[in-house]
Ligand binder design. Structure first.
Ligand SMILES: [Zn+2]
Length: 323
């Protein structure tokens, strides 16, 4: 299923003092939550004094489906794309509500701005862009995602090579697990929070580098990308304890999301392959073998690294779903 558009976001520092407006937005949100059974319009919250461009969006967000836990300090100012004026020549977007223009690099194949979300420091632009035409592929990269070891093991059929991507992933997870465990003092809750945040940033960064690498490799090799559909991974049958920790931290959805949007931008098709069998089937001979530690033993008589065999299996399996 090849979709025509992709949503991407870009953030820029706005340099505006929005403290007062953010406070008003929080009050509008509280009002919406408090009157959730009523049909509210911006007139109902006119007394708060927030620009109606913003209060309209805030009422929509909080009126329809109020969040389970409302955190007023996280309230943002949202403005619909139809209420701002993009100027592609000067690389800027005029925001009438603030009577100011912000500089922003428009993405390639820009169609329109869906919305702009302001927090204390940043303006987050949500762009709709057209996807590139689907490339004709010569083969499929088989991407085996790992819980232990490198983030991804990639088989490149056009080169007959196996690449390991994001090799520092396991090290990173281990390192933070150790540091965080050492902060046992209950009074150091803030410190632990900081460590969680830092770990998240490091992993996100690594994910971005890895997914960009895989997509540009696919593009260069004129290959599509095949991934296992690991939606069940978090429910994996009773993994042992250290493994369970990895499973919970495994950012599979983010990885897949990034692969899909970057691939679509580049015209690279992505297929999801039914999981299972990749550790018991020989990718070359298509017969059932067995694994011994990190080695796959094929009954025909050859041996191969289990991750490499899995990546090759995925590369050769027709996907059940294509993005
Ligand atoms: Zn074999």
């Amino acid at each position: 299923m090849w979709q025509d558009t992709v949503i991407i976001t870009r953030r820029v520092r706005h340099g505006l003092d929005l403290a007062a407006d953010l406070e008003k937005a929080a009050r509008v949100a509280e009002f919406a939550i408090g009157h959730k059974d009523e049909r509210l319009t911006t007139r109902h919250v006119a007394h708060i004094g927030l620009n109606s461009t913003f209060s309209d969006m805030t009422l929509r967000r909080y009126g329809k489906r109020p969040p389970m836990t409302f955190r007023r300090e996280r309230t943002k100012l949202e403005v619909a794309g139809s209420k701002v004026k993009p100027d592609l020549e000067s690389h800027s977007v005029y925001i009438p509500a603030f009577r100011t223009a912000l500089r922003v690099e428009f993405p390639r194949r820009f169609i329109r701005i869906r919305e702009v979300v302001f927090d204390r420091d940043f303006a987050h632009f949500v762009f709709e862009v057209s996807a590139d035409d689907r490339m004709e592929v010569q083969g499929w990269l088989g991407v085996d995602l790992n819980i232990i070891g490198p983030l991804a093991v990639v088989y490149v059929p056009t080169l007959g090579e196996v690449l390991r991507i994001g090799t520092e992933f396991y090290f990173l997870v281990k390192k933070y697990q150790k540091i965080i465990r050492e902060v046992t003092d209950a009074r150091k809750k803030g410190m632990r929070q900081r460590l969680y945040r830092r770990r998240k940033n490091r992993i996100t960064d690594l994910l971005h580098k890895s997914t960009s690498k895989i997509v540009s490799l696919a593009r260069d090799q004129q290959c599509g990308i095949r991934l296992e559909d690991l939606r069940g991974i978090r429910r994996a049958a009773n993994p042992k304890r250290p493994q369970r920790i990895m499973v919970q931290q495994w950012p599979y959805f983010k990885f897949r999301q990034q692969i899909v949007y970057k691939a679509k931008m580049a015209g690279v098709p992505v297929q999801l392959v039914r999981p299972g069998g990749t550790s018991t089937t020989c990718a070359v001979h298509r017969v059932t073998g067995r694994r011994d530690g990190r080695t796959f033993l094929c009954p025909v008589g050859h041996e191969v690294d289990v991750d490499e065999n899995a990546a090759m299996c995925i590369s050769a399996t027709v996907g059940k779903y294509e993005f």
